[in-house]
Design a protein around this ligand. Structure first.
Ligand code: KG4
Ligand code: ZN
Length: 392
């Protein structure tokens, strides 16, 4: 049941604080999905949310609505699949688009102008993140995708954001993945271990019981007086730790030895807070030592649990993804643990730009869904808590 020919899929991602559009040519079906990125663009909202120390959903929604059509125009023209030219929309189509985008301020007007000034692009389908994520933000992408699908008469596919993260290593490294595989997805909103029997067949083995690992990085950054997003800031500081640092703080490794695949990072963050209070005032050397120990603790727990799952499910591959996977220490710990196995397995890493949110991974997840179900979907709803194992 593989789509027989290469399929050009437009991906749209607005689940959190990055607005992203991409055009991907996919082929190979579920058996050996392969992707070629024709053009992609991301507009980050980091500076907008930075003063609040985290993502503000109403601001995210507003920024997505402002940025999405310019990004769409940029990607389609870079991929050379769209031409300028008159494309008069019918009155009914215009009314339907206005109704779909009624809550997105000026978006309907901007989109209708764009549609009427360009011919229908040569693409095959539109995939949009339907969840998980912030619902107000998700709706912007969904409503835009529904409007495009209507105007261009292209099939619409709801894509699962976490499945997108899972396929992200394949965007630059097309290969047949040996299964079963374990997926370790670690982002600002999620920390999950997933058993992948094959593409399209997932079981969540465990997840965080409180904060996601990325969220913990962001909160620890705040404690240390560092900017949002905290991951890059904390790890840059931790890099400065060396043997001349006089401090050697000890933080807990929550749930390291528990008999399950769950995580908990809230206690670790609180331990950082208490330590910071105890040793106040914080100078640079103390901050460096605390950042280093926090990063070590987080990476150790993630690595240990991931390889526990690899061992117990006899996995042949470990697939990692999500923003926290940009972390060098975590990458090094995973590599070192793997090299110590009697038979190391293959670890599939996304490039750093694909570890964080992007729309190429959404086009890829949409392709898998199309290859598996062959059913486009007209009425997509935002599903803030959409678990990957219910995505088919
Ligand atoms: O996947 P992502 O871009 O967005 C979500 O879906 O959440 O992940 C963002 C998270 C943020 O919490 C950020 O602090 C974290 O990834 N992050 C990092 C690093 N770069 C980004 N965490 C640790 N080390 C990094 N180098
Ligand atoms: Zn993400």
């Amino acid at each position: 049941m593989n789509p027989p020919i290469p399929t050009k899929i437009l991906g749209i991602e607005t689940s959190c604080d990055d607005t992203a559009v991409s055009l991907v040519e996919a082929s190979g079906g579920l058996n050996k999905p392969s992707f070629k990125i024709l053009a992609q663009a991301v507009s980050s909202q980091t500076e907008i949310h930075c003063p609040w120390g985290g993502v503000v959903p109403s601001l995210a929604k507003r920024e997505h609505a402002k940025n999405i059509v310019p990004l769409l125009a940029q990607v389609l023209s870079q991929a050379k699949v769209i031409e300028n030219g008159k494309n008069k929309l019918g009155k009914k189509t215009i009314e339907q688009i206005q109704e779909l985008l009624t809550r997105e301020n000026d978006l309907a007007e901007v989109l209708i102008t764009f549609l009427e000034e360009h011919k229908v692009p040569s693409i095959d389908a539109i995939a949009v993140t339907a969840g998980p994520g912030l619902e107000p933000a998700l709706w912007v992408g969904i409503n835009l995708a529904q409007a495009l699908s209507l105007a261009w008469e292209k099939p619409l596919i709801p894509a699962n954001h976490m499945e997108g993260h899972l396929i992200s290593p394949l965007l630059t490294n097309p290969k047949k993945v040996p299964f079963p595989a374990i997926g370790l997805l670690v982002s600002g909103g999620h920390t999950e271990l997933i058993l992948i029997k094959k593409w399209g067949q997932y079981k969540i083995l465990g997840h965080t019981r409180d904060d996601a690992a990325g969220e913990a990085f962001d909160k620890v950054a705040r404690i240390l007086g560092l900017p949002y997003p905290g991951g890059p800031a904390v790890s840059q500081l931790a890099l400065l730790f060396d043997e001349n640092n006089p401090y050697n703080f000890k933080l807990p490794r929550p749930m390291l030895r528990t008999d399950n695949y769950d995580f908990s990072f809230s206690g670790l963050k609180t331990a950082v807070l208490y330590t910071a209070k105890e040793i106040a005032p914080l100078d640079k050397a103390k901050k460096i030592a605390l950042a280093w120990e926090f990063e070590q603790a987080t990476a150790e727990v993630l690595t240990t649990k991931a390889f526990k799952a690899v061992k117990n499910f006899k996995a042949k591959t470990l697939i990692v993804g999500g923003g926290v996977m940009a972390n060098q220490i975590l990458r090094e710990k995973l590599k070192a643990k793997n090299e110590n196995l009697s038979t190391p397995i293959e670890i599939l890493w996304p490039i750093k730009d694909h570890a964080t949110d992007n729309a190429s991974m959404i086009a890829g997840a949409g392709y898998l869904k199309l290859a598996k179900t062959r059913k486009p979907n007209k009425n997509i709803r935002a599903k803030g808590q959409w678990a990957i194992d219910t995505s088919f």
